[in-house]
Design a protein around this ligand. Structure first.
Ligand SMILES: C[S@@+](CC[C@H](N)C(=O)[O-])C[C@H]1O[C@@H](n2cnc3c(N)ncnc32)[C@H](O)[C@@H]1O
Length: 275
C-alpha cells in the first residue's frame, strides 16, 4: 500500500504534540518512521491527508484516536529476563535483606514481560523462604494496546527464551491446538501482578511507595530535560535504600535525589540498605 505524504510542517506539529503529551522526542530524521507508522491508519480512517488526521487526534471528541496514535508511535520491544544482571543483583539483595513485604514497580512495562520476570523471581524466593509472602508487582505504561495484552498474560513462546526450564514448568502453561506457540502465566503469578495506565511525563500522585523500581528502556526516547524530570518524579516513589534500575544503554541518570551506582543501570536510593 502506498504511503500518505507527511509534509515537514505537519510532521513538526505531530512532533510537538507527542513531546508535550508523552515526552517522546522525534527528531527530524524520524519523519519517514512516523510516516510509515501512521499512513495505514490515515488511509483506514478514509482521511484525505495528515492534516485531517491531526484535526481528529487533537479534537476532545476524538473517539480514542489520540490513544491509537500513542499506541502506534511508542516502541514496545521487550522480552522476559532482559538484561539478566539486574535480576541477579535483585536476587542477591533480597537474599541479604530477606524482606517480609515487598512492592515492585515496572514503570514502563510494555506487554508485561518484565513484571512477570520479576514475579517468577519473587515466587522462587518465597518458595525458598528467602522473602515473606506479602509481595506484589505493579506494571504501568502509556499504551493501551500493550496494557490490554499484559492483562491477558499470554505470550509468544520466543519471548520467554531466557526463562529457565524449571521456571517455565512451575509458572507457565503451554498452549495447544490453536494456542500452539503461546504461553500463559499461571494464576500464582497473575494474582500478584496488576497493570494500569500511567504517563511518566505527568504528576503521579497516589501511585504509592516501592521497594524496587524498574524504569528500563524508556528514557532513551526522551530528551535530556524530560529524562531528568521523569527520573526525579519516579525516584520520589522509591523508599530510602530501595533499588532503581534503568536500561544499561541509557547513559547517565540526572537526578536531584542522591543515587549510589551499583552495577551498570542499577542504583540504590541513598547509600544504605533498608533496615
Ligand atoms: C521499549 S519498552 C520497555 C519495556 C521494558 N521496560 C523493557 O525494558 O523491556 C518502552 C515502553 O515505554 C512506554 N512509554 C513511552 N513513553 C511513555 C510515557 N510517557 N509514560 C509511560 N510509558 C511510556 C512505551 O509505551 C513502551 O511500552
Amino acid at each position: 500500500m502506498s504511503q500518505v505524504a507527511l509534509p515537514e510542517r505537519t510532521f513538526d506539529r505531530i512532533r510537538t504534540l507527542m513531546y508535550d503529551s508523552i515526552g517522546l522526542d522525534f527528531d527530524p530524521s524520524k519523519r519517514p518512521l512516523i510516516t510509515s507508522r501512521l499512513s495505514a491508519r490515515v488511509q483506514k480512517l478514509g482521511l484525505e491527508d495528515f492534516d485531517e488526521y491531526l484535526a481528529l487526534v487533537t479534537n476532545p471528541h476524538d473517539g480514542g484516536e489520540f490513544q491509537m496514535m500513542v499506541d502506534l508511535l511508542t516502541t514496545n520491544e521487550t522480552y522476559f529476563f532482559r538484561e539478566p544482571k539486574h535480576f541477579d543483583l535483585l536476587e542477591q539483595e533480597l537474599n541479604q535483606t530477606r524482606p517480609q513485604q515487598l512492592k515492585l514497580w515496572s514503570a514502563a512495562s510494555s506487554f508485561g514481560d518484565e513484571a512477570y520476570s520479576l514475579a517468577m523471581l519473587l515466587a522462587d524466593l518465597q518458595m525458598m523462604g528467602k522473602i515473606g509472602s506479602e509481595w506484589s508487582i505493579l506494571g504501568t505504561d502509556i499504551s493501551d494496546r500493550v496494557l490490554r495484552s499484559a492483562m491477558e498474560a499470554v505470550y509468544p513462546e520466543e519471548r520467554l527464551r531466557f526463562v529457565k526450564p524449571e521456571r517455565l514448568k512451575r509458572y507457565c502453561l503451554k498452549g495447544h491446538g490453536s494456542s500452539e506457540g503461546l504461553v500463559a502465566m499461571q494464576p500464582k503469578l497473575t494474582s500478584r501482578v496488576s497493570f494500569g495506565q500511567l504517563n511518566l511525563c505527568q504528576p503521579m500522585d497516589g501511585v504509592g511507595q516501592f521497594d524496587v523500581i524498574f524504569l528500563r528502556n524508556v528514557l532513551i526516547y526522551f530528551d535530556a530535560q524530560t529524562k531528568s524530570e521523569v527520573v526525579s518524579r519516579v525516584v520520589d516513589h522509591l523508599k530510602p535504600g530501595g533499588l532503581f534500575f534503568i536500561g544499561t544503554a541509557e547513559g547517565r541518570v540526572p537526578c536531584d535525589t542522591p543515587l549510589t551506582p551499583l552495577i551498570p543501570g542499577a542504583f540504590r536510593k541513598g547509600s544504605r540498605r533498608p533496615e
